[in-house]
Ligand binder design. Structure first.
Ligand SMILES: [Zn+2]
Length: 437
């Protein structure tokens, strides 16, 4: 619990105050906005997965008191939280998240994680949040399957700050959504990227950024957006895109690598060969290309014989940073960090007890969006707790300990341990009868 208090006081010291200032349209107000929004956040912080689960625990006096001691607010019923989340303008909560992240970055705490000591890595990626077999709201995207069935779904485009040590924080979110009423073409990831980039530039204007994105992004529009915003970028270059650029690369791919690396990981001997070519003209842009050819070799036992197992992978990127033999390994590692959004961002939120795909707010798109934002804040919070020294040393000391089990124990502690403020003096826990006279 102290780890939570520390994260709250040191990393997000203004969160509760920011929650209290969120516009409140309620007529009856037993709880303050900060209590309601912390209540929604608390469900994800404690990885409860559903409103019912935390409501049941809330009835236990110890649990509610521990919660109050830790977060300095009361814990409301989740129905009350849900009612507010369905009415609150999603931009308000998104603003709180972005302000909190701006202040968090001002603490310069993650400066060491920057690429080439200069650029924060911001990965762009989309993920599905919910899908239905019926229309959920007017903004649903739709997809028709081969047998004519329509799926209604929602997905978001995220700009997430990623670091090599495994952090993944949502800086800004843009929902891919259809407008109200009639429209010609559905919204799509590229259109949402234009909106997301504008938001990112507006709220993090002074941040030195390098955008990491997948094979959908090497196109004129994305290059222009990054150049206009003075951002660096590293985009995956698929075989089929930018045909004219690929034609320029034939010779470079045959040249000797400009750098090589060699590591051993989980029994694999991993060799990397790096090649690059700079200043390739593409429309009005000048692109740099680099490649990492990776060979993994492992000896495995088949029957009585040892056999060499070999895997080869090729990673290619375009960038507006100039690769050279000194920085090419760092650029290559940065390019591959994009996978972190999928592995440590989205998958953690889907599988790590957050249940991102759980159909929260079946009938309210506003409620769904606000819940999603709270989940992003909670995920940032919990990563800071999970990677804090006390939790790390618990995991290192007990080889079979897991994050999931630590959280189960934490909730058990909240249910069964007497809160600090109520602990009796030593004298009160023994009832020593007087000596018979
Ligand atoms: Zn919908």
């Amino acid at each position: 619990m102290t780890a939570y208090q520390r994260v709250m006081q040191r990393r997000f010291p203004e969160l509760i105050r920011a929650f209290s200032k969120v516009k409140d349209s309620r007529k009856r107000k037993y709880y303050g906005m900060e209590e309601i929004l912390m209540g929604g956040l608390g469900m994800f912080l404690l990885k409860q997965g559903s409103g019912n689960s935390i409501n049941n625990k809330r009835r236990e006096a110890n649990f509610a008191e521990h919660y109050e001691e830790t977060f300095s607010v009361r814990l409301p019923h989740q129905d009350t939280v849900a009612e507010v989340l369905c009415e609150l303008a999603p931009e308000e909560l998104e603003q709180v998240k972005m302000d909190s992240m701006s202040k968090f970055l001002e603490q310069k705490w993650l400066r060491k994680s920057r690429l080439l000591k200069q650029y924060y890595l911001v990965a762009i990626d989309a993920t599905g949040v919910v899908s239905f077999d019926h229309r959920h709201c007017e903004h649903c995207l739709t997809r028709k399957s081969k047998n004519g069935e329509t799926t209604y779904f929602h997905y978001v485009l995220e700009a997430k700050l990623v670091t090599a040590c495994g952090f993944c924080f949502s800086l800004a979110t843009e929902w891919v959504e259809n407008p109200e009423g009639e429209f010609d073409k559905q919204d799509c990831e590229r259109k949402a990227f234009i909106r997301l980039a504008a938001k990112l530039k507006k709220h993090y204007s002074r941040l030195f950024i390098c955008i990491l994105a997948d094979g959908l992004y090497p196109y004129d529009g994305a290059f222009s957006i990054c150049e206009t915003n003075a951002w660096k970028y590293i985009f995956v270059l698929p075989e089929k895109s930018l045909k004219t650029v690929h034609e320029e690369l034939t010779l470079s791919k045959l040249r000797k690598p400009i750098a090589e690396s060699y590591t051993v990981k989980q029994g694999w001997r991993i060799g990397g060969a790096y090649r690059c070519q700079n200043e390739i003209p593409y429309q009005k842009h000048s692109l740099n290309w680099f490649q990492c050819l990776e060979t993994r070799v492992k000896e495995v036992k088949v029957g009585k014989e040892m056999i060499k197992k070999t895997k080869e992978s090729c990673f290619e990127y375009v960038t507006n940073i100039t690769p050279n033999k000194e920085n090419i390994q760092a650029l290559s590692q940065a390019g591959r960090l994009r996978w972190k959004v999928e592995n440590e961002g989205f998958n953690a939120q889907k599988c790590g007890d957050y249940e991102l795909e759980h159909k929260y707010f079946r009938n309210s798109y506003t409620g769904l969006k606000n819940t999603y934002t709270l989940l992003q804040i909670a995920h940032a919070f919990n990563q800071l707790v999970e990677k804090s020294e006390p939790v790390k040393s618990l995991l290192e000391t007990h080889s079979k300990e897991t994050i999931r089990n630590i959280w189960c124990n934490l909730v058990a502690y909240m249910l069964f341990a007497t809160p600090l403020g109520k602990r009796p003096d030593d004298a009160d826990i023994y009832h020593i009868p007087p000596h018979p006279s």
